[in-house]
Design a protein around this ligand. Structure first.
Ligand code: NAP
Length: 331
């Protein structure tokens, strides 16, 4: 099969298209013919040598999400048959024409959804749903603040929060992204080039503040989050592109009784990955099938242009998701 291999740690140019042996489906596993794979920031970190794949996952083939078709079923696997269309998360290996995964980590693609649309769902929507609804216990009608509102996770978070009837505020450094996010349900867009959004968010909520912050930027944004929070607010740390350190006013944490939680999807053990697949199938697929939430695909690159796709994501231009499409084999 063809796969994108990280030749050595480095820039986008180290991503190399190679013929590698196709994986075989083991006990309880299915093999998927991948049609589209999502590009994620974590893939960029892995390529640069900062985020190695966990044990049991191909160490040199990136890719954390996919949409495709079951093409082989291993012994003891009973849920799917060849030809079934599926999507989901993996801890690596999705930049390839074939992928092997435990059958319970997989979810059926809802009827009517194209494979391109499906591939844009798992990482963005599961991350946002798990952070806001499962971990931060977001309730209908609460007030949300989503940073990097035009990101893949941000555009998913906006739609999930809107579906719950929440007030949705969001920040971005790019005015055009805030404009486009309005169509997804963003109530108030705050254009900011740094951690200066508390006054505007408090103003927009009549002084009430945010019940839940989906923190996709990190760094000094977290200190400003504390100034933005309503009493008993919840901050979920998901992305740290602005840095891993900041100076926090712990007095605000106490007085407002704020909860700060961190989360990662990739490092979870199999049982939690199975729970994530169930969340995708039971909680998110119905919203997708009814078009209550929809994929936001910015751009699709052919597999062989994975390096260009990485450079594009790193340039912070994208609105929503960037995908790779598996093409016809090289002859
Ligand atoms: N914990 C997890 O399991 C998990 C899972 C998925 C994603 N993530 C993280 O969540 C974040 C969003 O992921 P994504 O794939 O949705 O990202 P994305 O689509 O690539 O968008 C990220 C956006 O963040 C903004 N940004 C980048 N650097 C910034 C900075 N220094 N200050 C302020 N804004 C900045 C840029 O938009 P503007 O034009 O608005 O500046 C950029 O386009 C990333 O940090 C990612 O690593 C974590």
């Amino acid at each position: 099969m063809r796969a994108i291999v990280i030749r050595e740690p480095g820039g986008p140019e180290v991503l190399t298209l190679r013929d590698v042996p196709a994986p075989e489906a083991g006990f309880g596993q299915v093999r998927i013919r991948v049609e589209y794979a999502g590009v994620n920031r974590a893939d960029l970190l892995q390529r640069a040598g900062f985020y190695p794949a966990p044990p049991g996952v191909p160490s040199d083939i990136p890719g954390l999400e996919y949409a495709g078709v079951i093409d082989a079923v291993g012994p003891g696997a009973t849920r799917y048959a060849p030809g079934d269309r599926v999507y989901g998360l993996v801890a690596g290996g999705a930049y390839a024409e074939q992928l092997v995964v435990h059958e319970r980590e997989v979810a059926p693609i809802p009827a009517g959804l194209s494979s391109e649309e499906a591939a844009a769902i798992p990482e963005a929507f599961l991350t946002a749903y798990d952070a806001m609804v499962v971990q931060a216990r977001l309730q209908p009608g609460e007030r949300v603040l989503i940073h990097a509102a035009g990101s893949g996770v941000g555009t998913a978070g906006i739609q999930i929060a809107r579906a719950l009837g929440c007030f949705v505020g969001g920040t971005s450094r790019t005015a055009d992204k805030l404009e486009r996010a309005r169509e997804l349900g963003l109530d108030v867009g705050l254009l900011t080039r740094g951690p200066t959004f508390a006054a505007a968010y408090l103003d927009a909520t009549g002084g009430a503040g945010a019940d839940v912050v989906l923190e996709l930027v990190g760094g000094a944004y977290v200190a400003e989050d504390l100034r933005t929070m309503a009493p008993r607010g919840r901050i979920v740390l998901v992305g740290l592109t602005a840095g891993i350190q900041c100076d926090l006013d712990l007095g605000l944490v106490l007085r407002k009784r704020v909860q700060i939680t961190g989360t990662v999807m990739r490092a979870r053990p199999l049982e939690e990955k199975i729970q994530a697949a169930q969340l995708l199938e039971r909680n998110l697929s119905p919203l997708v099938a009814k078009r209550i939430v929809k994929s936001v695909v910015d751009r699709v690159f052919p597999l062989e242009e994975a390096g260009a796709a990485h450079a594009y994501v790193a340039a912070d231009q994208s609105f929503g998701k960037v995908l790779l499409r598996m093409g016809a084999p090289i002859v």
